[in-house]
Design a binder for this molecule. Structure first.
Ligand code: F0G
Length: 448
C-alpha cells in the first residue's frame, strides 16, 4: 500500500451495474405507510441507498464470479471444500473447518457442543444472535466491554474478566464455559480489539483453564486497525496479523457475510478433537455433510477468494477511510455521530439529535423514518424498539462492501443535513401491533 494522495479512490472499477430505485417523495410516503412505518417491512424496490446492514450485501469481484464456475457440487469431499479449507488454514492456522449457512448456524452448533445449561459465557459484547443462541441452551451471556473510547474501544475489560474468573474459581463447580471475543465489536459500534487485549485474554484463559473463542465476522477490518494502531504492528503484513489473532483462540465462529465478502455463508472451527466430532454430528443434523455445511460448492469457492480479497490493503484503506469520511462529514453538518467510527458503520445518537422525543416514542425510529422519507435511505434503529429498556437511542448506517461510491455517501450526507434542519419537528412513534418476540422486525408503528 503506497497511496500518498489526499483523494482516496475506490480501488476497483465497475464491471456490472444494478440500477437503484429512485422514488418521488409521495411514492416514499405511500411505501412507508404501507410498511406500517417499519423499514424492515419495506420492499427493497422502494429503497434508494440501503444501509440496513453490511451483512451479505457486499459486491463480489469478477474473480469471485469466475470462481463460482469452479464450484464442485459433489455431496462429499467436494474440491471446493478443499479450496476453502486451504485458504482458511493459511489465514487462521485451523486445520479443520466446517462451512455453515451463516454465522448464527455456527453459533448454534457451538452452543450445543460446548455449553451446558446454567453455564456462563463471557464476551467483550455478544452480538444479538450469539447471545440468543447461548441463552437458548440455558446459558448466561455476560458482556464485559471496556466501555471507553480510544484506539481499541472494542476491547474486553480485563479487570472485569479477572473478577469474573476469580469469582468462578471460588465456586464449588466452576460455571464459565468459555470466553469469547468479538472482532470487531459490532454491538459497540464496530470498534476494534487490540492484539494486546487478545493476548491478555488468552493468558487469563490459560490460567483459568477456560477455552477461548473468537467471533471473527469482521476479522479483516480488525486486523487492519491493529496494523494502523497497535504499537509494533505497523510493518507486519496483514496475513501474519490475522494468523496471530487466530493463534490465541481454541476455536472460532465466523459470519462470512461480512469480511468473507459473500452473500451467504459462515465458518466454524475448533482445535479440540472431541468437540470437533460432536460439532460434526450437530452439523449433519441441520446444515448438511461436513464438506459443504449448508452451502453450494460454488459458495465455498467464492468465499475462498473473498477471504483473501478482504485482506487487500488498498481495499481496507479505502473501506475504513470511507467510514471515517462519512462520520466526519455527518458531524460537520450537525449530526451527532459516535466518534471515532469503527470499521463497518456510522452510528448516530438519535437521542442527542431529537431531545424532544422520550425513549418510549422511539427517537431512533423517528430518525430512520425521516431519512427514508427525505431521500430513500434505509438505516436501522438500535434503541428502545430493538432493545426494550436500552440506555441509548442509536441509529446505524452500515456500509455494504464495495457497493456504493463516494457520490452515494455524499448524497446520504445531504439527506441527513436536510433532516437535521427539521429535527425539532420530527414526530415520535407508537406501536400499534407487535409480536411477542423480536418485535423490531415486524411491529406496526404509527407517528404520534
Ligand atoms: N456475529 C457478529 C459480530 C455479527 O455482526 C453477526 C451478524 C453475527 C455474528 C451473525 O451472523 O448474520 O451470518 O448469522 N450481524 C449482522 C449485522 C446481521 O447486521 O450486524 P449471521
Amino acid at each position: 500500500m503506497t497511496w500518498d494522495f489526499k483523494t482516496i479512490i475506490e480501488p476497483f472499477r465497475i464491471k456490472s451495474v444494478e440500477a437503484i430505485p429512485i422514488l418521488t417523495r409521495p411514492e416514499r410516503e405511500v411505501a412507508l405507510k404501507t410498511a406500517a412505518y417499519n423499514l424492515f417491512k419495506l420492499p427493497a424496490a422502494a429503497v434508494t441507498i440501503d444501509l440496513l446492514t453490511d451483512s451479505g450485501t457486499g459486491a463480489m469481484s469478477s474473480a469471485q464470479w469466475a470462481a463460482l464456475m469452479r464450484g464442485d457440487e459433489s455431496y462429499a469431499g467436494s474440491n471446493s471444500y478443499f479450496a476453502l479449507q486451504t485458504v482458511v488454514e493459511r489465514l487462521t492456522g485451523f486445520t479443520n473447518v466446517f462451512p455453515c449457512h451463516q454465522g448464527r448456524a455456527a453459533e448454534r452448533i457451538l452452543s450445543r457442543t460446548v455449553i451446558k445449561p446454567g453455564q456462563i459465557i463471557l464476551n467483550n459484547t455478544h452480538f444479538d444472535t450469539t447471545r440468543a443462541n447461548f441463552e437458548a441452551v440455558g446459558a448466561v451471556a455476560i458482556d464485559l466491554p471496556v466501555g471507553s473510547g480510544g484506539d481499541f474501544a472494542g476491547d474486553m475489560d480485563l479487570d472485569a474478566l479477572d473478577a469474573a474468573l476469580a469469582e468462578d474459581a471460588a465456586r464449588a463447580v466452576p460455571l464459565v464455559a468459555m470466553v469469547m471475543v468479538t472482532v470487531t465489536n459490532n454491538a459497540v459500534g464496530g470498534q476494534p480489539v487490540s492484539m494486546t487485549n487478545l493476548r491478555a485474554v488468552r493468558e487469563r484463559c490459560d490460567a483459568a483453564n477456560v477455552p477461548f473463542f473468537l467471533d471473527a465476522a469482521r476479522f479483516a477490518e480488525n486486523a487492519w486497525f491493529i496494523k494502523q494502531r497497535d504499537p509494533g504492528y505497523g510493518d507486519r503484513d496483514l496475513e501474519s496479523i490475522v494468523r496471530e489473532m487466530f493463534s490465541y483462540a481454541d476455536g472460532f465462529t465466523m459470519s462470512a457475510k461480512k469480511d468473507g465478502i459473500v452473500n451467504i455463508g459462515g465458518l466454524l472451527a475448533v482445535k479440540d478433537p472431541d468437540w470437533h466430532q460432536q460439532m460434526k454430528n450437530e452439523l449433519i443434523l441441520t446444515e448438511g455433510f461436513p464438506t459443504y455445511g449448508g452451502l453450494a460448492g460454488r459458495d465455498l469457492e467464492a468465499l475462498a477468494v473473498g477471504l483473501l480479497e478482504a485482506l487487500d490493503e488498498d481495499y481496507l484503506h479505502y473501506r475504513t477511510r470511507t467510514i471515517a469520511y462519512f462520520a466526519e462529514r455527518l458531524q460537520a453538518v450537525g449530526v451527532p455521530v459516535v466518534m471515532p467510527p469503527g470499521g463497518h458503520a456510522v452510528y448516530i445518537d438519535a437521542h442527542l439529535l431529537l431531545p424532544h422525543l422520550a425513549a418510549d416514542t422511539f427517537p431512533g425510529i423517528s430518525l430512520i423514518n425521516a431519512l427514508y422519507l427525505e431521500g430513500g435511505v434505509r438505516a436501522v434503529e438500535l434503541g428502545s424498539l430493538m432493545f426494550p429498556g436500552s440506555p441509548r437511542e442509536l441509529v446505524r448506517l452500515a456500509m455494504p462492501r464495495r457497493v456504493y461510491t463516494q457520490a452515494h455517501v455524499d448524497y446520504v450526507i445531504e439527506v441527513a443535513e436536510r433532516v437535521v434542519t427539521r429535527a425539532s419537528t420530527l414526530p415520535g412513534y407508537q406501536i400499534t401491533r407487535a409480536p411477542a418476540a423480536l418485535r423490531h422486525f415486524s411491529a406496526d408503528l404509527a407517528p404520534i
